[in-house]
Design a protein around this ligand. Sequence first.
Ligand code: CUA
Length: 169
Amino acid sequence: PGFEDAFHKAAERHERAWVFVTLVMLMGILACTMYFVVYDYGVVVRTAAYRSDPTALGGPAPGVVPAADAGLVKTGPNAYAVHMVAHMWGWTPSPLHIPEGATVTFYVTSIDVLHGFEVKGTTINVTAVPGITGEVTYMFKHAGTLDIICNEYCGIEHQAMLGRIIVDP
Ligand code: CUA
């Protein structure tokens, strides 16, 4: 009986250890999923300040499309901000000129329906939601021309909803 008792105790220790490992792995998977949902595919909204009133961030009033040639606003050394507005079916401002090496924060919203702000060849991917301002920051390391596409079906001209970013050397 002494041996059996020791055996059961050891087995129980192992079981508890593996249950713990399994729980840690599950939580890790959940955390990764949440991270990707929020930062890669989701709506990036940090606080109430980012909701409903882009003018609070120096952006255009709701329903107003900025000038096509509205450029970057300097926010620091080599840092800039821009308000990117989606509308059926285009992106404004476009073409957008960015100096090489600049770090740019995009404040993204829509004046009509859901759109998807994606810059090909980068990790920029934010859903443009009417009434909500999403935010994404990216450093443009290389000069060249980048295409803005819409990755959220938004109507008859969805596939033609293009914009352009020109990173100047
Ligand atoms: Cu806008 Cu699809």
